[in-house]
Design a protein around this ligand. Sequence first.
Ligand code: SF4
Length: 231
Amino acid sequence: MIIEKINDFYLTKKEERERTHFYITDSGKCPRAVFFQFKKFPKKEDDPLFLRKMHQGDHVHMRTMGVLLSLGVVKAVEVEIPQQEIINGRADAILSINSEPYVLEIKSVNNYKFNNLSEPEEDHYKQIQLYMHYFKINKGIVLYENKDNQELKEFKIDYDPGLVEFVLYRMKELKKDIENNNLPKIPEQIMSGPESWRCSYCPYIESCLKESEKEGDFRNMERIKLILKER
Ligand code: SF4
């Protein structure tokens, strides 16, 4: 009855947009998955539950931002990075604390992730580094809220120009691959390293398998078949 209508609302609201540029959030993703998204390869249908969770994250942002505005530490909200050829993005806020500027990123995570956070997640770290780079601000804060009990954790970050250079180099290489229609190779940290978890959540896993069959990439075929079997 009403649940179906709510689910339909989320599914129709989330229409696939034409990709013409990268977002800051692409910086930590599998390059092959980003390629599939640009080229509109078939993907797993969105899950309304996942979309509702994302929506809940928007409320965490609004509530936290409301408090920070009341505290008078916010210089700007939802700040677009300056126009350039490669990436678009919008930082949650720029703060001024003791007269020093900070880029702020707010993230909401589940209880398990929250309790295991002793440093920012790598994707979030890369994102805030890019914001600091484009805003020319040397300090940042990643603020996490536990979705289950509203506990908070914050991590102060210093600008790391070496990491930014590496991330931008990777994104420029991916841009070339997309323009030349070259399917990127699977990074080793995803193929067999600490980021192999990405494939279990990847909406393009079936497309990745099909392309691996065409490439004759038996190693990836076996790996993906196993993931699909365990799903
Ligand atoms: S299945 Fe894994 S390797 Fe393939 S596109 Fe998705 S994340 Fe990348």
